[in-house]
Structures are given as structure tokens and as C-alpha cells.
Design a protein. Structure first.
Lengths: 211, 211
DNA sequence: ATCTTATGTAAACACTGTTCACATATAAAT
DNA sequence: ATTTATATGTGAACAGTGTTTACATAAGAT
């Protein structure tokens, strides 16, 4: 009665279960996959459910809303970016490279390599921007940028943003946005963008390191 | 049989017509109104049609898509921003103020005062970014920023972006984005943002004006 | 006046987010 | 172990969305 071919085995171990097990994480990964492949506008609750192999209603046991799902996804993306920056700083310290430059370029590289994630992080209108997890992730990034990225800058007031700090973050963030969504995006290739970014980072460092 | 009160008069002069007359422009204004009031996620084709007093299908005589409507709206927003920058530069020339500073602040002020428009301009995923009108509007802005905003900068190559030009635009654009959508957005008030922007513009000018 | 073309309406379609009654698995309690 | 409670998933429904289609009406040309 049973045919134990590879496909069936896979089915029985993965799809046959009534309870999924890691549905919330799987749904987040589905958002990642779909948005990375087809853009965030293609992310539909039903498409995510289908991809995970679950009925549309199941998602609501784990997320109050579609918006809540997107919020969790944005928080996840923020943390992934922060992790990347951590790694870049760590690497710079080990290799003795300039941390300011390394972190800035890591920020840009992340945006260029994961445009869908980068966009999703900042979509105020599609997420609950006061969600505690999202706020925590955002705070982590901000804190990092102040201490790590902007660590090489003379910081007058650790509470609010200094002009130097704001200039540093703004220009890197702005460049990322322009490369991803701006009119330059289509006209330049990846390596051209990175080349331009390099020289901008050079100018930026000069501007920020002087008293 | 007829009651000629004010309301009825208004109805007969404005709503009774089978043909609207300026539907495409009215629809764009509806997008403007709704997105400014409730966010761009609330912009629905049907809501726009209802606001204008027309059936849902009517929009398709003027726009191929919802996306086409949003594209036209984005182009309109880009041109409005460019107009604002034009005015700021003109004003600076007349009053003898610094054009670099004036234009930069105008860019930021526009974003802060019209967050919905500013967001709509750059939503690559919800518009046809290769639409000729949109491209023309984008080109106008880019050209302006290169010649006007970045006019005070020593421009080595007028074709591609110099590091100084890119730094200038990126930081202003990035600041605008962070103020509108970033984690700072909620924590600072309008005048605080403008205050911070001022000092950043100061630093930026130093960075860009030196050889 | 008639014919053509532009513009609007109404009803349908598939698809979306969301809810609700019900089914099933897991954990806790007896 | 058996029962009970709780967490998690299903399926059918709902209103709302973008879009198309056949038809109605207005405006312009002949």
C-alpha cells in the first residue's frame, strides 16, 4: 500500500504533519524568499502560507496581522544588518583596517545585495513602527552606529546626535537608498556603485575626522 | 418638484455631469489627498474614484494600471520637489544667501512637510520606474542637483557623479529618509530635526567646498 | 442631423486579508 | 493511562481590491 520512494519519504517527514512546528519562522523566511525574488509587493499572506504548505488562516495564530508579519520581518532584517556591521567591525579590528570605512561599506554592500530587505526595514507605512521588537532592533542599529560606526568620530554628546554622527549615517544611508531606489540605481552597475561609494567614504572620513 | 437649496445647486453643477472633464488630474489629486491624510497604503483605486465621484472602472480610461497612476503621481511629486528647489535657489540668489545651504534645506523641508509625497517618489516597487515621464522628472531632479545644488562644488566630470556631488546629495537625501522613516523620526520633533539639519549642512559644506 | 470617438457606468471575475466554527495534535492533570 | 485543556491548523465564508467587459452617454467631426 505504501511506496517508499524518496519523494514520499520527504513528504511524510516534512509535509504530512498537521502541526508545522516552526511556522512563524518559516513564514518569515517565506517573506524573505518571495520579497527577494519578486519584490515586496508580491508578498501576500496566502502566497506565504502556500509556500510553507499551510492554510491561509494558520498565519493568524502567530501574527495578529499581515502588518505584524511585515513588522517582524523588518525587525529581523534590521538585526541581520546589525549583525553584518558587527562582523565588519570585528574583521576590521583583526585585520587592522579602518573600521569607519569597513562598516560604512558593509552597510552599503548589505543594501545592494539585499535590496528587498533594505527596503522592508524602513517602510513605516507597512509596519507597526512602535512594536517593541522592531524598536529594539532599530535601537540596536542606532546604538551601534553611534558607538561603532561613529566611534572614530569625536562625540560631544552621547545622548543626541552630533552633526558629525548624523552626517556620517545620513550619507551612507542616503547613498544606499539612492543606489537601491533612486534614479542612479538603474544607470550604474554594482561595481561602479561600490567604486563611487569608496571615494565618497574617503571624503566623508575627512569631513568627520577633523576637529 | 425641485428644491433649489445650496446643496442641490452644488450637486447639479459639479456632480451631475456624465463626463468629468479633468479626471486624470483629479485622480492624481485624490492620490495626493488620501496618501497625505491616511498614508499611501490607504490609496486604493476605488477610494480615489469615489472621492472624485466616478465609478471604479473610469480610472482605466486614463491609466493602464494602478501602478501607472502611482507612477504619474511619483513623477508629479518629483516635479513639485524640483520646483521647490528652483524657488529656493532663486530666492537665495535674490537675497544673497548661500544657495548650497538654501537648496539643501529646501529639500529637507519638503520631505518633512510632505512625507507621503517624498515616500511615493522613490518607491521603485510600486511604480513603473522606466516610464518616460517619471524618468524625465527624475532626470530633471538629478540634473538640478548636479548643476544647482552641487553647483558650488568643484565638478571634475560633468557626466558622472563626483565624490563631492554624491556626498552632498546622499547626505541630504539620507537625512530626509531618516527623518521621515527612520528610527529617529518618532523621537525628534520637527524643529529639532531642522536644527540638526542646519548643523549637518554646515559640516557638509565644509567637506564639499575644500579642494 | 448623423457618425465616430472619447469617456463614463454596472456587473462580473479572480484574488486579497481576515474571521469563525470546527478538527487535530500536544501538554498538563488526574 | 486516560482524560482534560490548550495550542495550532483547516475550510468555508465575508467584504474589499484591481481589472475586464458589454453597454451607455457625451463631445466633436462630417
Amino acid at each position: 500500500m505504501f511506496t517508499f520512494n524518496a519523494k514520499n519519504t520527504l513528504m511524510s517527514t516534512q509535509k504530512q504533519r498537521y502541526h508545522h512546528g516552526h511556522l512563524s519562522e518559516s513564514l518569515l523566511q517565506a517573506v524573505d524568499d518571495i520579497s527577494s525574488q519578486f519584490g515586496i509587493e508580491a508578498v501576500t499572506l496566502r502566497a506565504c502560507a502556500k509556500k510553507v504548505g499551510v492554510s491561509p488562516g494558520a498565519a493568524f495564530r502567530h501574527f495578529q496581522d499581515k502588518r505584524a508579519l511585515l513588522t517582524a520581518f523588518a525587525a529581523r532584517a534590521l538585526n541581520q544588518l546589525a549583525d553584518t556591521l558587527d562582523a565588519a567591525e570585528e574583521d576590521a579590528r583583526e585585520t587592522g583596517n579602518d573600521a569607519f570605512y569597513s562598516v560604512g561599506m558593509a552597510y552599503l554592500t548589505f543594501a545592494l545585495e539585499n535590496p528587498a530587505l533594505f527596503r522592508a526595514m524602513w517602510r513605516e507605512e507597512t509596519i507597526y513602527s512602535k512594536d517593541p521588537d522592531y524598536l529594539a532592533a532599530a535601537k540596536r542599529l542606532v546604538g551601534y552606529l553611534k558607538e561603532g560606526f561613529a566611534g572614530t568620530i569625536t562625540d560631544e554628546d552621547p545622548k543626541s546626535f552630533s552633526a558629525h554622527e548624523m552626517l556620517a549615517w545620513s550619507s551612507v544611508h542616503g547613498m544606499a537608498n539612492l543606489f537601491v531606489d533612486g534614479p542612479i540605481a538603474a544607470e550604474m552597475k554594482q561595481d561602479q556603485k561600490l567604486e563611487l561609494a569608496k571615494s565618497v567614504m574617503g571624503e566623508l572620513k575627512n569631513a568627520c575626522s577633523q576637529a
